[in-house]
Each structure stands twice: as structure tokens, then as C-alpha cells.
Design a protein around this ligand. Sequence first.
Ligand code: GLN
Length: 407
Amino acid sequence: MADVISSISKHSISAPKKHFLSDKVEHFTESVIREMTRQAAQHGAVNLAQGFPDFAAPAEVKQAARAAIESDVNQYAITWGAKSLRNAIARQMGAWQGIAVDPEKEITVCCGSTEAMISTLLAVCNAGDEVVIFEPFYENYGPDSVLSGARPRFVKLRPPTTHDGEWTFDEKELRAAFHKHTKAVILNTPNNPTGKVFTRPELELIRDLCVEFDVLAITDEIYEHILYDGTEHISMASLDGMRERTVTINGMSKAYSVTGWRVGWAVGPEKITNAIRKVHDFLTVGAPAPLQEAGVAALNLPAEYYARLAEGYRVRRDHLIPALEAAGFRCYRPQGAYYVMTDISGFGFDDDVSFVKYLVKDVGVAAVPGSSFYRDARDGARQVRFAFCKKLETLDAAAEKLGKLRK
Ligand code: GLN
């Protein structure tokens, strides 16, 4: 008996010989943005790292969520999204961008635009396919490409050289990224982290390459309504020749300040939508049913709501930037979205990661190191991103702490 017990315990404590892990997960790390939120909590720092608002969602939207739960909308919605929400999405895309969408065949509601993006890539990519990504890029696109078996191919966005300048890309470099293995281009406009809003001529250039090389555009338009200084958001799908080769991704998170609700969507041609729906079905079955009902109330908010939203963010942008400049940052003024990329050369640190560590621990402000938006860490070593989707008092608290940098 004693022998049996000792042989069992020997088995149970012997370490596994296989490492059990997929090769894929070796190719990326956990999100740095979300890690910075954990560090902010650990050090009691003001969190200007992860892009989520610290203020309330619209009362009508919260009320609609309560009403949906009260009336027992508690079970699975239709896998590709509640009909009422799909109708509202189609209506809004028609009204804002003039894009006619069939809500029965062309929309998949997902758990956030994050799931919409990876479901789309999983639905369209094969091993050996390449995906063109503008860099710096929102960090999810890297792992999304790896998980879907595609190889990312980066095209540089170059920072402005003047105070009010724009991030630009080189036409030749973009053209060189397209070839016969290119399956898709990911376009995020308004852009995270740069705040760039792609112009019509830029979109037309990308459109012409998509048509020439028979490439799909996957557009992340989550910051669609957050625009400054009279800039205009143009959906790629609204351009001639792009309706049949674009998947448009959007969601509730940023426009209605509900990043934790996890309701987003992918809109594309029927054949591609069918493939996205299959992936989405087996990944998550569906997005939260009562919150989809609240999405209908959100999408029905009047046009003034969006004007107020954008103006509120403009005020926050113009509140934070002078504070950053006074503290010694060089700021790249965003035209859209709610982030400001900064240049930290003036501080004399070795790199962005050591600077951000010092910032969160000793200064009391959390930000995102620039390197997490680049494939090669060296390219982001002089940059740090701040999110300004925060109450003015939060920005003031950050500004006060940043004052320490001057000393
Ligand atoms: N988009 C936000 C950011 O870049 C947060 C995204 C996320 O953590 N899911 O900070």
C-alpha cells in the first residue's frame, strides 16, 4: 500500500515534459496598454494609459440597459446580433456615411470591436497571407495577425515636423507593401495612437492599391465621432469601388463611453459576413443581449449628442496638451480619437519603458510606452502616449503631478 501511494505521488509531482503551449502565443506578449492600467492601480497613479472614460455614459443608454434587464432580455440574442441593433447600425451607416447596408446579411454584432477585428482576420486569412498595417499601430493588430496566421507588413506613419502638422506616409513605401500575397490592409481612422484622420486623397490612394492588388480593407472606425478642428471622417466603404472589398468595424465603446460593455460590430459584403459569423459563433456565441438593446437607444441619440461628445474631447485635449508641454513633452496634436502621442527626448531617459516606469512610480501618472505601438521597440523609444478621455479634474490631478518633471 505504501508503495502504491508513493508511486502515485511520484507521478503527480513529476513535471510535464511537453511545454503544452501553442507556437503562436510565443510571438506576442500581453497587452502593454492593459498592463499599464494594472500598474496605475498598484501605484495609485492617475491612469492616462488605457483609453477608457472615467465619466458616466449617457443617461438614456444606461436607462435602456436597466429596462432590458428588467424586462428579462437575459438569454442569447441571435448569434450575429439582435435584429433591432442591426437595424439601428444599418440606419446609422446610411445616415452618417451614405452606405446602404442590409442588416440581415451584412452585419455581425460581436463582443466589442476587438472581437470583430479578430473574427474578421480569422475569417479571411490563410497561412502565408500578408496584412498591411500602418505603424505606429493599435497593439491588438499585431497579435490578431499572428493568431490568424497572417504576416503583418508595416508601413510607417511619420510624425509631423511642425506644431500643427500631420502624420504622413510615403506613397512609394505603401505601394511596395502590396503584392500578390497581400490579403488585407488594416486601416484605423481616426487613428490610435497618433490621432491622424486619413484624408480623402490618402484613402483614394489606398483604395487604388486595394483594387489593383485585389486586397480587402478592414477598417477600425471606433473613433468615428471623435474629431477636432473641422476634420471629417470618411468611411473607406463609401469610396467608389470599395463597398465590396471593405469590412467596417465599429462599436459602442468610445462613442457612448461604455468600453466595458463589449458591444461592437463588423459590417461587410454577404460572403465575408457569412464567414465572420461562423468564426464569431464558435468564439463567443454572441454579445451581451441586454446591452445590445441599450445599443439601439445609443444609436438613436440625436446628432447634437455627437457634437457635444466631440466638443467635450476637444476641451480635454486642449486642457492636457499645455500641461504636457509645460512639463517638457513635445506633443503631436491629434485631429481625432482621444490620445496624444508625445516626444520625450527632452527628459534624457534611455528609452520609453524606463521613462514610463519612472512616471508611474515616482511621478504618479500612468501612460503607454511608445514602443508598444511599433514592431521594433527602438522606433518608439522616444515616444509616450497619453489618453485624455478623462474628467477635467483627473487631467488636472495628472497635470499637477507632471509638474514634478520640471524640477
Ligand atoms: N483602445 C484603448 C487603448 O488603446 C483600450 C483598448 C483595450 O484595452 N481594449 O488604450
